[in-house]
Structure formats: structure tokens, C-alpha cells
Ligand binder design. Structure first.
Ligand SMILES: [Fe+2]
Ligand SMILES: [Fe+2]
Length: 395
């Protein structure tokens, strides 16, 4: 391993690249379960070392899953049928959002996020200079654009995953419901892209770690792994991030947009819980169940530790501070703390509900301080309205 002292002697660009690789490697070393490592490893190589998502060209991924047809069209899952009906009634038109709202990302009277969203004090300490109000506004703009860009990229992944799962799932009521989710995710791509394009006028490339997760899910041929990854883990992150931003922003168009998206996403996670609970209980043997339980735990940790906005670091701070210093500043930001809280309060109860939080794995969650979420409400007990009310209350 190259020592920190040697790295310090390298020119700053090269140094940052070496640090980036070391960081990618340490991500993999963090995964202790060899089966989980072998399922994530090739995607990690493509995402973090080859940087396939950052080459400015379309990416192709060979998807290999079984399409499951049923020519008898059974009504086989009443709760999914109910969700399908609710989804049809809940459709909305992205054009109907108040796009005429004038958005000035640099207006201090209508902040996109509050100032404490960023840990300026930690950054100032590391760099040794104080930020001017203009520089702070620029960083806020960068941070919100970065978050929204990752939402957009995640939505593209969700759109394709929803389409694949619609083909692969064995419940016919689930296929009809899945069609509404494909439409929902298409609409989410539309509105996030429009907001970034016309209001923020900025688009960041996909974060390497998000690419790794999407790549791994696209290539996994097992529908329930796609489902677990997308409907429970990625949607959990999405709800955490959307919820935090919805709660924090004073910008009315963004708030309205997120409110609509959160309503849709709450149905998506609900669907994930219904389908996986049934599947884990009736279809998987204990070895397969344990594999999924371990996978979820490792991925939950990766999401907590690795969603660190390096793209902003590379744009603004490369050469000024090290990645390690940047990590410290991002981890200390109050906005990130809230994001982690909302994310895990959604994700952990859902894992419990689908049977992936057995007594065997609980001590691992306890060790990393996530046991306080064991008793929370799962998605099938919590409507989108309740979720929004909870966020409004906490604001
Ligand atoms: Fe979505
Ligand atoms: Fe979704």
C-alpha cells in the first residue's frame, strides 16, 4: 500500500487520483463477506476505477433476467391490486408543476437549503480560509445541483429496474402495478431533469458509488436481488434524500416537486415490501435468505459511508485539501446527518418486515448504531401522506 507520506509528494492531480483509487479499494475492503464482495466487485471496478459513468458516452450493460409470462391472467395478490388502483388514481402530470416560479439559486432570501446543510466551519478549519457569502452561495448551489443530479441518475436506474422487474416478477397483479411504476419513474426523470436544466443550469455526472450499485443490479439475473437493491435499498436512500431536501428547502417549486415524487416513491417501497415478504417467506431457503440479509447490511453501510460528493471536491477543493479532509467535512455536515437519519428510519423497518433482520444479523446493526431503527414503521404501514406529515412536523 502506498504510504500517505509518498502520496503527499505527488503533484496534486495525480495525488487525488491515487487517493481516489485507494478510496475505492478501501470501499471493497470494508465489505467483509466474500459472497457480497464477489457480487459487487466487478461493478466496483467498472464504476470506481474505469469510471464508466463519467466518460460522457452512453453506457451499455448486458441485462440477463428471465421474463415471466402468464397466459391465464390471475388476480393473485389483492394488496398489489389495491396498490395498482391507488397508483392509477395518483398519476400526475409533470407539466402541471408551477414551472413559472422564478428560481434564483443565489438569492439568500429563498435558500435552497439552510446554511448549516454544509459544515463550513470544518472546511474553513481544514483550508485555513473563511468563505465569503458569495462563495458559500456557490457551494450551496453546487451541493443542491449535485444532489439533484444524483436523484436524476438514480431515477434513470429506477426506470430500467422497474421495467425489468415488471417482466420478471411472477405475480400478475404485480406486473400491472409495475407498469405504473415505470410511468412514475419516467415522470421523475422528466421533472428532475427539467429542474436541473432550466432552474439550476447545472448537471453533475453520476457518482461512482451510485454507478456501482446500478451496474450490480442491472447485471444480477435474480429478480429479487434487483428488487431488494432497487425497491428497498436505493428507494430507501431516495426517500432519505428527498425527505431531507423537502424538509429543508424554502424554494416552493422544488418543495412541490419533491412532495409529488415522495408520494409515488412511498408506493414503490410498499410494493417492494409486499413482493419480497412473500418471496423471502415462501420461496427462499435459509441459505439464500442469509445471503440477502448479509448483502443488505453491507450495502446499507456502503450507502452510509460512501455517498460523499467527491464530484464537488474535484471541482472546488482538489489540490487544496485531501480526500480524507473532505470526507471529514461532509460527514460532519448537519444536512448529511439528517439524511442518514431519514434514510435508515425508512430502510431498516422495511428490511425487518421482509424477513431480513433476523436475530443473527441484529448485533451487526447494533454495532454500527442502527438498532434504534428496529422498531420503526415499515412501508406497508405508512402512507405517503403520513410520511410527508412526519417530515413537516420535524421541520
Ligand atoms: Fe422515482
Ligand atoms: Fe421509485
Amino acid at each position: 500500500m502506498i504510504s500517505e507520506r509518498v502520496v503527499q509528494l505527488l503533484p496534486s492531480r495525480v495525488r487525488s487520483q491515487v487517493e481516489g483509487y485507494a478510496d475505492a479499494l478501501s470501499t471493497l475492503l470494508e465489505v467483509r463477506d466474500p459472497r457480497v464482495l464477489s457480487s459487487i466487485g466487478p461493478s466496483a471496478l467498472r464504476g470506481t476505477v474505469l469510471k464508466r459513468g463519467k466518460q460522457g458516452v452512453p453506457t451499455t450493460m448486458p441485462a440477463s433476467h428471465r421474463a415471466y409470462f402468464d397466459w391465464t391472467y390471475p388476480h393473485d395478490f389483492p394488496e398489489m391490486k389495491e396498490l395498482y388502483d391507488r397508483a392509477k388514481r395518483g398519476q400526475w402530470d409533470g407539466d402541471a408543476l408551477p414551472w413559472h416560479t422564478s428560481v434564483d439559486p443565489f438569492d439568500p432570501n429563498v435558500p435552497l437549503v439552510p446554511e448549516d446543510f454544509f459544515a463550513y466551519d470544518v472546511l474553513e478549519e481544514e483550508i485555513g480560509v473563511r468563505f465569503t457569502p458569495k462563495e458559500k452561495a456557490e457551494l450551496q448551489h453546487a451541493m443542491v445541483s449535485w444532489m439533484l443530479s444524483q436523484f436524476l441518475h438514480g431515477e434513470q436506474g429506477a426506470l430500467f429496474a422497474a421495467a425489468q422487474v415488471t417482466e420478471a416478477v411472477q405475480f400478475f397483479d404485480g406486473k400491472l402495478y409495475g407498469a405504473t411504476q415505470v410511468m412514475d419513474e419516467g415522470r421523475h426523470v422528466e421533472v428532475f431533469h427539467r429542474y436541473l436544466d432550466t432552474k439550476m443550469e447545472k448537471l453533475y455526472s453520476i457518482n461512482d458509488n451510485l454507478f456501482v450499485i446500478i451496474d450490480a443490479l442491472m447485471l444480477d439475473s435474480r429478480w429479487d436481488m434487483k428488487f431488494l437493491g432497487m425497491q428497498i435499498m436505493v428507494e430507501g436512500v431516495a426517500l432519505g434524500a428527498f425527505g431531507t431536501l423537502y424538509r429543508e428547502t424554502k424554494e416552493p417549486l422544488l418543495r412541490e416537486l419533491l412532495k409529488n415524487v415522495i408520494q409515488d416513491e412511498s408506493r414503490h417501497v410498499h410494493y417492494g415490501v409486499l413482493a419480497l415478504r412473500e418471496h423471502v417467506l415462501n420461496e427462499l431457503d435459509e441459505r439464500e435468505r442469509r445471503e440477502r440479509e448479509d448483502w443488505s447490511f453491507e450495502v446499507a453501510l456502503l450507502m452510509r459511508n460512501r455517498f460523499l460528493a467527491y464530484e464537488i471536491y474535484e471541482e472546488h477543493f482538489e489540490g487544496l485539501i485531501t480526500r480524507k479532509q473532505w470526507r471529514r467535512a461532509v460527514a460532519a455536515a448537519r444536512g448529511m446527518e439528517r439524511f442518514r437519519h431519514v434514510m435508515f428510519s425508512r430502510m431498516v423497518p422495511n428490511l425487518r418486515e421482509i424477513g431480513l433482520l433476523s436475530d443473527r444479523i441484529r448485533p451487526h446493526y447494533t454495532r454500527v448504531g442502527l438498532d434504534r431503527y428496529f422498531g420503526g414503521l415499515a412501508a406497508d404501514q405508512l402512507s405517503g401522506d403520513q410520511m410527508l406529515a412526519e417530515l413537516d412536523q420535524a421541520a
